[in-house]
Design a protein. Structure first.
Length: 473
């Protein structure tokens, strides 16, 4: 990556004496510092204190970081062959001059005072580019290429605000903001309306699309709460819908909702989201089911108790009848035989009920296992557990991940109905970074890992172990 501020310039200083009407101004110009040995420098709000740190020998920009601003003094130089990516919300400013011979991709703010901004390379910006020059120096001097889809302004006390001897392309109707301009006029590049439609997410829930296009390679986030998001752009387009999208106890998944296309006219892109059942609702339903089963077992126990009492009473009655019947009454003997047959049937039924009740007291069966799964964009799912008996039980899982990057995520799905194999509940295991440990329990007959990748390369390794309690067979 490039450099950016010499700590102690070794070349001699050249003093230029500028005569004004009643005073003199001295400008001190230092030879550009040597570049750090990097080809791409990326600075964001999350890593600015490391990338822009003049006291850190490993920093890539020799400046000072405060809040979200990287300040370099006096000069900042991007040499040929080096790319500087300035993230959204970041300001990179040089107190006495910003010279670019490489490539700057800007989604934040790039600014300079003193000798302003001098560009002989390429600047691709949908953020802000601002330069202020001293007397006789343009605020922005361009002999290279500037692709502008944001705000660009220059200011100078006694020279043109923007001096152009190269190419300036203004995209999508943006215009330069300056007090004076010299050189070839900017090229106006027309854009087209691109509509990102979605179905499956109700109105009021925030969702988004990340897009990079044309010369503007840094991804830009677009969000909305309706059925579509509309943007203006042209040329090659790379996009990715947000997934998963969460709202309260509901989650929405979008599978395969990313891609690349060429925009040469008004374009509509459509994505379909599917709703994932909330774990909170499933837990509530499972608790209700447990309560209903407990109530049914209590009722069955009461029925068996009543049956036992009735049989006991019937036995007493038969004893009384037997005492009063003499051997000479054959009809009574026939009746007794019939009663005995009936009691035999009742006994068989009681035996069957006792067998059913005994199963209720049998212990649950425990099944355990562990392993490791590697997930890639081409193979983004892995099955952790499947019930040997195909029954719904309670599964406890422990997991850890390696390789989860920015915009990557790993979710875990619990399949809850053997009679409806497509029904599952889902939890996010981790996103945008690894988790050293994750433990969870849920009712399931099958458990599956699902990975979502922010890029088309890379892999995620998941170490897992489970313990499943299954009902008696």
């Amino acid at each position: 990556m490039g450099e950016f501020q010499a700590r102690k310039p070794s070349s001699p200083l050249v003093l230029f004496l500028l005569l004004a009407s009643s005073f003199m101004v001295f400008a001190v110009v230092a030879a550009p510092p040597a570049a750090h040995a990097q080809s791409v420098i990326s600075i964001t709000t999350s890593d600015g204190s490391t990338v822009c740190n003049g006291t850190n020998t490993g920093s890539l920009i020799d400046g000072s970081w405060s809040g979200s601003t990287c300040t370099v003094s006096p000069n900042l130089t991007i040499p040929s062959g080096t790319t500087l990516d300035v993230g959204a919300g970041v300001t990179v400013t040089a107190s006495f001059g910003f010279s670019n011979s490489g490539t700057i991709n800007n989604a934040g703010t790039v600014s300079a005072g003193g000798n302003g901004i001098s560009n002989s390379g390429t600047i691709n910006s949908y953020g802000t580019v601002s330069g202020t020059g001293v007397a006789g120096v343009a605020g922005i001097s361009n002999s290279g290429t500037i692709n502008n889809n944001g705000t660009m302004s220059g200011r100078s006390d006694s020279a043109v605000a923007i001096s152009n001897s190269g190419t300036i392309n203004d995209y999508c109707g943006v215009t330069l903001s300056d007090t004076s301009y010299g050189g070839p006029s900017p090229n106006a590049i027309s854009c087209y309306t691109v509509t990102f439609d979605q179905s499956g997410i109700p109105s009021g829930v925030t969702w988004g699309v990340t897009a990079s296009w044309g010369p503007f390679v840094l991804p830009e986030d677009h969000t909305g709460t309706g059925a579509s998001i509309t943007v203006q752009l042209t040329g090659s387009l790379t996009y990715a819908y947000d997934t998963p999208v969460t709202s309260s106890d509901v989650s929405y998944d979008c599978t395969g909702c990313s891609g690349t296309t060429s925009v040469n006219g008004d374009t509509t892109i459509t994505a379909t989201y599917s709703q994932v059942i909330s774990l909170g609702f499933i837990t509530s339903d499972f608790s209700t089911l447990q309560s209903d089963l407990k109530g049914n077992f209590t009722s069955l126990s009461g029925t068996l108790g009543g049956l036992k009492t009735a049989v006991s009473g019937l036995s007493t009655t038969l004893t009384d009848v037997s005492t009063s019947v003499t051997s000479g009454f054959s009809t009574v003997e026939t009746d007794l035989s019939s009663i005995e047959n009936t009691l035999s049937g009742i006994s068989s039924q009681i035996t069957g009920l006792q067998s059913s009740v005994s199963k209720l007291g049998q212990p649950t069966q425990e099944v355990t296992g562990d392993g490791e799964s590697t997930l890639t964009p081409a193979s983004s799912t892995a099955t952790v557990f499947t019930s040997p008996s195909g029954q719904l039980g309670t599964v406890t899982v422990g997991l850890s991940t390696t390789g989860v990057g920015h915009k990557d995520s790993v979710t875990i799905r619990y399949y809850t109905s053997p009679s409806n194999p497509a029904l599952f509940i889902q939890k996010t295991l981790t996103s945008n970074g690894d988790t050293p440990g994750f433990t969870d329990s849920a009712p399931a007959w099958k458990v599956v890992l699902v990975a979502s990748f922010g890029s088309k390369t890379g892999s995620i390794t998941v170490d897992w172990a489970y313990s499943a309690l299954e009902p008696p067979s």
